[in-house]
Design a protein around this ligand. Structure first.
Ligand code: NDP
Length: 462
């Protein structure tokens, strides 16, 4: 019989928190999950899910255009932004309901309140002011868009939060940043007919990706009509006298647009959480410091997902939650595995990737082989669309292991999921070579690139 109100109290009802709470509840533990906003977290409410729905919406104009080459003819088309937003809202409300029900069905107490730590075992429920105690605590409060408060005029700008619910679709938008969110939203807004410009401080968008993916996507986006400005940043945003905004850049440009969106990374949600009172340490970015089991410096307090700023991805938070359950409630200490995480950028075309970029592989291995194919996908032959797919395998020459796989093109995200299995299993290039192709597909290129396009030995291309 525990002296605490709960065996486990979870702060944050997003991907990591809900999974931890639900699994603990289904093991018969007394569990509560507190959420101050909406169950489902960033992913469901204002992240992955609504984003993907908007990606689908933004792809239709190209589908309509492509259909002509296949014999179709159609009349005038039109797009209703408000209908899309309403449809998206219905879907996320449905998913939110499922998240709640899953918790309730596992016997978890669902608390619609902000929760803050009072000490290492005590939590204050902000809505009622009541305090409760728990033997173990999980902090899974996620992150939020960096508001870039140092930028004069930042209060005139939106982040991805507002982008999902704009009252009107802007005629023009300037998006700052070169990461996942900036690139995905630039493609979404452009596809929906918005005059779109992206401004990024570095030399090439998507700094942590393989160079071929970065350059290939940059080219494809520009060919569609998205303007990309590199090596520049916004210095100030002001209201224009005639309406709209003007963004002044370091390089002296004045960009007049309806909307400016900042996509400059996300910060962990730890402010005002009572971490100091509980003795939980954070790093200089405010992220909770955890060990390899997701345990904070206070042994019965764990932190999962984006609030720890390890890898900001939904499946990673879920995985960390499952490892926490194994460790704490199943007597099976399990460390989350952050190696070889497959991921996708839902740009148009998509990027799907797993493992090392060519540049990283060169630094890690004395000799690598690069297998690369660039081709026009079959659908583009009749549609007449000028688009290229790029596929790339990076192989450690000594072990023959495929250490990186990168795809730019339609369904690259779907391919990345399956490539993830192959790389996780440690497949060699010879395993790829003896795998029969699925014909006719684009993915068959991945198993038919028999000769290396080039080798890199000690950093030199040979
Ligand atoms: P990212 O870390 O991907 O990108 C942030 C961008 O902002 C980078 O281009 C960075 O430049 C730039 N930047 C940061 N600070 C400044 C600054 N002070 N001035 C100018 N530029 C700056 O973050 P996002 O916000 O795009 O996304 C957050 C996280 O959410 C991602 O890391 C990802 O894990 C996750 N996510 C995943 C998605 C998916 O799986 N498809 C989709 C959306 C988000 P630089 O590169 O030079 O550092």
């Amino acid at each position: 019989m525990t002296a605490f109100d709960y065996d486990l109290f979870v702060i944050g009802g997003g991907s990591g928190g809900v999974r931890a709470g639900r699994l603990a509840g289904s093991l018969g533990k007394k569990v509560a999950v507190a959420e101050e906003y909406r169950f489902g977290g960033t992913c469901v409410i204002r992240g992955c899910v609504p984003k993907k729905l908007f990606v689908y919406a933004s792809q239709f104009p190209e589908h309509f255009e492509d259909s002509v080459g296949f014999g179709w003819q159609f009349g005038e088309t039109s797009f209703d932004w408000k209908r899309l937003v309403a449809a998206k809202d219905r879907e996320i409300s449905r998913l939110e309901g499922i998240y709640r029900r899953n918790l309730e069905n596992a016997g978890v107490e669902v608390l619609g309140t902000r929760a803050e730590l009072v000490d290492a075992h005590t939590i204050r429920l902000v809505t009622t002011g009541k305090t409760v105690t728990a033997e173990k605590i999980v902090i899974a409060t996620g992150g939020s868009a960096n508001p870039h408060a140092a930028l004069p005029g930042h209060e005139l700008c939106i982040t991805s939060n507002e982008a999902f619910d704009l009252p009107e679709l802007p005629r023009s938008i300037l998006i700052a940043g070169g990461g996942y969110i900036a690139v995905e939203f630039a493609n979404i807004f452009h596809g929906l007919g918005v005059d779109t410009t992206l401004i990024y401080r570095g030399k090439e968008i998507l700094s942590r990706f393989d160079r071929d993916m970065r350059q290939g996507l940059h080219r494809a986006m520009e060919e569609k009509g998205i303007r990309i400005i590199c090596t520049d940043i916004i210095e100030e945003v002001r209201k224009a006298p005639a309406g709209g905004l003007v963004a002044h850049t370091l390089e002296g440009q004045a960009l007049a647009v309806d909307t400016v969106m900042l996509a400059l990374g996300r910060d962990p949600n730890t402010e005002g959480l009572g971490l100091e009172a509980a003795g939980v340490e954070v790093n200089e970015k405010g992220a909770i410091i955890v060990d390899e089991y997701s345990r904070t410096n206070v042994p019965h307090i764990y932190a999962l997902g984006d609030v720890t700023d390890r890898v900001q991805l939904t499946p990673v938070a879920i995985h960390e939650a499952m490892c926490f359950i194994e460790t704490e409630f199943k007597n099976n200490p399990t460390k989350p595995d952050h190696e070889l995480i497959a991921t996708a950028v839902f740009s148009q075309p998509e990027i799907g990737t797993v493992g090392l970029s060519e540049e990283e592989a060169c630094r890690r291995y004395p000799e690598i082989e690069v297998y690369r194919a660039e081709f026009r996908p079959m659908k583009a032959t009749l549609s007449g669309r000028a688009e290229k797919m790029i596929m790339k395998l990076v192989v450690d020459a000594a072990s023959r292991k495929v250490v990186g796989a990168h795809v730019l093109g339609h369904e690259a995200g779907e391919m990345a999921q399956l490539l993830g299995i192959s790389l996780k299993a440690g497949c060699t290039k010879d395993d790829f070579d003896r795998t029969m192709a699925v014909h006719p597909t684009a993915a068959e290129e991945l198993v038919t690139m028999y000769q290396p396009s080039y080798r890199i030995r000690n950093g030199e291309r040979v």
